[in-house]
Design a protein around this ligand. Structure first.
Ligand SMILES: [Zn+2]
Ligand SMILES: [Zn+2]
Length: 199
């Protein structure tokens, strides 16, 4: 190694590509203009963080006002969206209208139809075996079109699962915490499905 010269160590300016001789260890920029630029940058960063925090607080305040039934709706929405995504390639579970039917090409054509309705059997409202993509006509106008639903459901999930669905189920009491978890769970599952498709 060469002899150690007493050359002072240069520092890289945090703003521009310049290297400079710092007056003290606190100095991180080369010049006044760079110092102003750094201050501006910091200000913008603080402002952005402040806004982010405000948005987060507003969301928390809004969420605090939600009732249990609001959370059921939120979780149901996430579950239903997941089911429609899972069944993307399938047509209607009841009338077998294909996924690419002309009428179905417009948005909002498909529902998530519960075989045992959420009203009659709320304990299966978040059960994937109990819910399948269904056209709005079958779901709404034909009240679920359950006879046709059942015929196709046997093929889709098997007789054993169907028997289980049609059997008795323990009542479920969801707390808000449970519903938050259910919502997050199905949102994540749906995201994964969409990501898997892109690969
Ligand atoms: Zn500089
Ligand atoms: Zn249908």
């Amino acid at each position: 190694m060469a002899l150690q010269t007493k050359k002072p160590k240069l520092k890289k300016c945090r703003v521009c590509p310049e290297r400079f001789q710092p007056m003290n260890s606190m100095q991180v920029v080369c010049s006044v203009p760079c110092s102003i630029a750094l201050a501006k940058k910091q200000l913008a960063k603080d402002k952005a963080e402040d806004e982010k925090r405000k948005r987060r607080d507003a969301r928390a305040r809004k969420q605090a006002l939600l009732t249990l039934s609001d959370w059921v709706k939120k979780a149901q929405k996430a579950f239903n969206a997941y089911v429609r995504e899972r069944d993307r390639e399938h047509g209607c579970i009841s009338c077998s209208k294909p996924a690419n039917a002309i009428e179905a090409l417009t948005g909002g054509y498909w529902d998530c139809g519960h075989y045992r309705s959420t009203g009659a059997c709320p304990e299966l409202r978040f059960e994937p075996l109990n819910a399948h993509k269904q056209c709005k006509q079958c779901n709404n106008q034909l009240s679920g079109n359950v006879v046709e639903y059942r015929i196709n459901l046997i093929n889709r999930i098997g007789a054993e699962n169907l028997e289980w669905l049609e059997g008795p189920h323990e009542p479920k009491r969801y707390r808000i915490e449970d519903l938050k978890q259910i919502e997050a769970h199905f949102k994540a599952l749906r995201k994964e499905l969409i990501k898997g498709m892109g690969e």
